[in-house]
Design a protein around this ligand. Structure first.
Ligand code: FDA
Length: 579
């Protein structure tokens, strides 16, 4: 007999678990399967940006996650060295810690950048989503699926018992990572290619004396002294300063199996540290493939794919898991609304429309960021001979030396686009999507002069992310972000003094039982006070206007004012037509 669940999710990684979390918040029960026996057993991705943290804040997890994340202080730098104990070639302020950028980061979001190893994050999301009704079956593998009239029948194998069984659901989510069998089964083309194999070693080693004075999540080692090993490696902080994931790749990129024994790994680790008196405990080593790929579509019928299943790229800019979380946030409310009967299935078609451009942009950016690394490698040299010549030139009091120092300085500065890239983190937008509505007289903002990579495009034009500003609840202490008022699985309408007809309209629309439109006024003696006078600068409508925000914090629609709307009836009709 077939078991019935509304949604089956393949994959309990950041994408799948976050989808289960937000579906659970909207009362949709999910079955989640994972071929592995548990959540991530290695730290994997770790830089979580503010947009991703907003997804977790919406689910009420931010405070708990802060207790396991490393502090902003510990993420301050990305350093470039010959070895940890040896010569430093320079360091960059990283992840919002550049003094001149701190204000922009702080203004952009109520959340902070967080260093949160995946092995700490995943169990928390799994636990919270389980509390909301998600059922997890680890050690269960997706075999195939077939779409039937009213759903999808998926064949699953329990890897321990070898039992093969079927589950019927209304929808299937493929969040099964970079080698997605779900996406493959749909026959969706993936553009791009596999790049190279990465070899990571998870260790315990107290490196306080080499890092604490230049604290940072990423410490690049450009050490050319070991044949067989790539000169490029990295000490990635897991816990300050005694737990690390060390990237130490093979020098050959021909795809041949790379299986160094523990002695060889240990020897190379000591070379990269530059001090063989440090005690090293090797916890595990693992290989993974770095890709440059984007799927052509995120959906086919009742099967929807998200996360690394659809976009795969080098870890430069740390965009991978972050984008997985945003994918899940985008999908969860749409799927819940369709399942509750509040929206038609056509809403799901906006998943590809909205998320593919984001996937394309982050894959492009991560690969462009790799170019900046290659430029550094070319200058500093990745063979012993080239390195000797490069450092001799770097220290020489000659015109060649001055040229080299300037070339090196500019190449280092170019990596700022990786480690201080507030724009690419925040500027996801869905302009032109069919899941947003634009009034005929509404004009999109002109962001031609905005540096897309560095600066945030702040607008309430439909398709942009709701701007974050701090407000004060009248009569209460403390402050609340506009993002805290929006989200939580419902639409939110903001208006100001004189916008009473919109408030009534929102109530009327909510009564129709097709999802809630939560309404708020912002202004003097309103629900919330624009105490810092920031909302007035960004709201983009008059005081009697309205800004309607989707459950995923994106602006669905806005209306300049109540002029020509004709009272509560007119406002209700307008809002109904938009919804
Ligand atoms: P993810 O790969 O995390 O999860 C896939 C899920 O699907 C798992 O639960 C898996 O068990 C399940 N699954 C797969 N096939 C299945 C099947 N047939 N049946 C059932 N379940 C199935 N990124 C970064 O930015 N910095 C880094 O240092 C690293 N390091 C790193 C190391 C390793 C070893 C890996 C594999 C990946 C990284 N990454 C990384 C990438 C980062 O981890 C990645 O972007 C996210 O984990 C992707 O999240 P998803 O949820 O999409 O897939």
């Amino acid at each position: 007999m077939l078991a019935e669940y509304p949604v089956l999710i393949i994959g309990a990684g950041p994408a799948g678990a976050t989808a289960a979390l937000h579906l659970g918040r909207l009362s949709i029960k999910c079955l989640v399967i994972s071929r592995h026996t548990g959540t991530a057993n290695t730290p994997r991705a770790h830089i979580f940006n503010q947009r991703a943290m907003e997804v977790l804040r919406d689910a009420g997890l931010e405070k708990r996650l802060a207790t396991v994340a490393s502090s902003a202080h510990d993420m301050q730098h990305t350093s470039w060295l010959n070895s940890l104990a040896g010569e430093e070639y320079g360091r960059m302020w990283a992840w919002g810690n550049k003094p001149s950028m701190k204000g922009a980061y702080e203004a952009a979001s109520p959340c902070v950048m967080s260093d949160l190893p995946q092995s700490y994050l995943e169990p928390i999301i799994v636990e919270e989503s389980t509390k909301l009704g998600a059922e997890y079956r680890f050690g269960n593998e997706y075999i195939s699926s077939v779409e039937v009239d009213d759903g999808v029948v998926t064949t699953i194998r329990d890897r321990a018992t070898k039992r093969v069984y079927e589950v019927k659901t209304q929808y299937l989510i493929g969040a099964d990572g970079a080698r997605s069998k779900v996406l493959e089964g749909l026959g969706i083309v993936v553009d791009g290619k596999q790049l190279n194999n990465a070899f990571n070693v998870h260790i315990k080693a107290d490196l306080t004396k080499y890092i604490a004075h230049r604290p940072g999540s990423l410490n690049w080692i450009l050490n050319p002294d070991a044949p067989g090993w790539s000169a490029v490696g990295n000490f990635r902080m897991v816990r300050p300063w005694d737990e690390w994931v060390v990237s130490m790749h093979p020098s050959s990129t021909d795809g041949a199996a790379f299986e160094p024994d523990e002695d060889a790994i240990r020897k190379r680790l000591y070379q990269m540290i530059g001090d063989d008196s440090v005690h090293i405990e090797i916890l595990s080593n693992f290989q993974w493939t770095i890709n440059d790929q984007v799927a052509r579509s995120w959906q086919k019928g009742r099967v929807l794919c998200i996360g690394d299943a659809t976009h795969r790229h080098p870890p430069i800019n740390g965009l991978g898991s972050n984008t997985c979380l945003s994918d899940a946030f985008n999908l969860a409310w749409k799927l819940a609304y369709v399942l509750h009967g509040w929206a038609g299935p056509a809403l799901l078609e906006s998943l590809t429309e909205e998320r593919k451009p984001v996937g394309d942009a982050i894959v492009r950016r991560a690969n462009t960021g790799m170019e900046a690394h290659r430029r550094l490698w070319d200058i500093i040299g990745l063979t012993p001979e080239a390195r000797e010549a490069a450092v001799a030139c770097l220290r020489s009091a000659s015109p060649e030396g001055a040229d080299m120092r300037e070339t090196w300085r500019l190449a280092l500065e170019a990596t700022d686009d990786e480690v201080q890239a507030l724009g690419i983190q925040m500027n996801q937008s869905y302009i032109g999507s069919k899941a947003v509505a634009v009034e005929t007289n509404d004009e999109p903002p002109n962001f031609c002069s905005v540096n897309f990579l560095k600066e945030v495009m702040v607008s309430t034009f439909p398709g942009y992310h709701l701007p974050h500003v701090w407000l004060a609840a009248n009569g209460q202490s403390g402050r609340v972000s506009t993002l805290d008022l929006a989200g939580h699985g419902r639409f939110t309408l903001f208006t100001g003094i004189g916008g009473g007809a919109w408030l009534e309209a929102a109530k009327n629309v909510s009564k129709k039982g097709r999802g809630t439109v939560q309404e708020y006024t912002i202004g003097f003696r309103c629900d919330y006070m624009d105490c810092y006078r920031e909302w007035i600068k960004v709201r983009g409508v008059d005081e009697t206007g309205a800004v309607l925000v989707r459950p995923d914090h994106f602006v669905a629609w806005r209306c300049q004012s109540l002029e020509n709307i004709y009272g509560v009836d007119g406002a209700t009709k307008k809002l109904e037509s938009v919804m």
